[in-house]
Design a protein around this ligand. Sequence first.
Ligand code: MLT
Ligand code: ZN
Length: 474
Amino acid sequence: MLFAAPKIPRVAAARVERALIELDRAVGQSKLVLDETARRVYAEDDSQSEACMPDVVVVAESKDDVAAVLRIAEAHEVPVTPRAGGSGRTGGAVPVAGGIVLATHALNQVVEIDRENLTAVVQPGVVLGTFHSLVEGENLFYAPDPNSAELCMIGGNVAENAGGPRAFKYGSTRDHVLGLEAVFMGGRTMRVGKRTVKGVTGYDVTALLVGSEGTLGVFTEITLRLFPKPSQVATLLALYTDVRAAGASVSRLIAAGLVPRCIEMMDAATLGAVRAAGNAIDERAGAMLLIEVDGEDAEAQLERLGNALGDAQGTLDLVVAQDSAQRARLWAARKSLSYATRKMATHKIAEDVVVPRSRIGALLEKTEAIGAREKVRHLTYGHAGDGNLHVNFLWDTPDEEPRVARAVESLMRETVALGGTLSGEHGVGLAKAPYLEFEQSADLIALQKDVKRVFDPKGLLNPGKIFPTGHKGC
Ligand code: MLT
Ligand code: ZN
């Protein structure tokens, strides 16, 4: 296990027993999962994090259920780990002190789509891909698009401030959340934010809650901003001899004032996985960019893109997708990367570091050096337009883990040294908590812990996440 659970004592059995009696009374036996095999499913997410088995899972079916759980948990001092789709990459939904997992996937209604005001209200368990299809069917558009869209749920996206390829033009989830209904420890329910696109009253509590990784409150309704669906979309594939040439092209594009909705990059090792998955890609290519533009002037943007990229050194080929089927095939290959690259080793860890775009080349060089020094296989792909790269380390046997752990730590240090940040979209969770102090001052971490205490004085909501606690199994 690459990341052991943090040093948090398991909740005492007597407290759990008292809470269980009240939970049974408040939400009903049918919503409590007690069977060990079933509980195990709710103790994992899509990371390598070690869990401390929850004593009970409550499958909330209403806001009242959520409020009851947080009221009872506070009264009996039982930790609560909120969970939506469980597709997170950093252990955000993994319980580390036992207690209650509060599952919100059954709160899965799209409450409202307001065409006139371009807003939607959803519950946290709505699957993102389902929501995309629904709004696009009405000629509307919700921009955030993490690649796990077919599995991930909007509650989790909001908790982690998820991104995705389109964040380059449209921003991450936070930029699309206008307001929230949230329940806090003790069961207090509040509406924060607004339903309007503008609004500056008071502190921006919505922005604070978005990306708080389930440590401040649990969302029961989310008000989202929509856009009209772009009338045209065009996709271009650019093949390069190596990542250096691809990186230089990203800089050229941005310097030319072009704002595609996505600029995705894949290095040579990643292209190997794409080929192995059955996609024919020119064997000379050592890097690829997948670029997409949208809007009424998509064709004109495409032409400007061609001019900006055209004869740059190291360019092998520029191919425009001819129709929506070809576009879909290109994106299917990109979206499957996370899973395709898993086949290259028994284990992998996908980081999501961000550097200033001008330092992408430097980050790739540092990664190369780290991989060589620690003798750890690696590959990199990701959202180059944002400087947000998924550096993946791969390994097969447990004896390689210390080297992988050193490689991850070195990557975090180098990222910060290049002026970057540890996470662009997956969050800190458990996986990056030990490195937070590389990036943030002790004062800033203390300030955030003070904020956490205001919302959750007993430290019961999603303990062990974000802030460094030291490592030890439960
Ligand atoms: C992606 O961009 O594919 C996702 O963030 C998942 C990942 O690679 O870790
Ligand atoms: Zn990503």
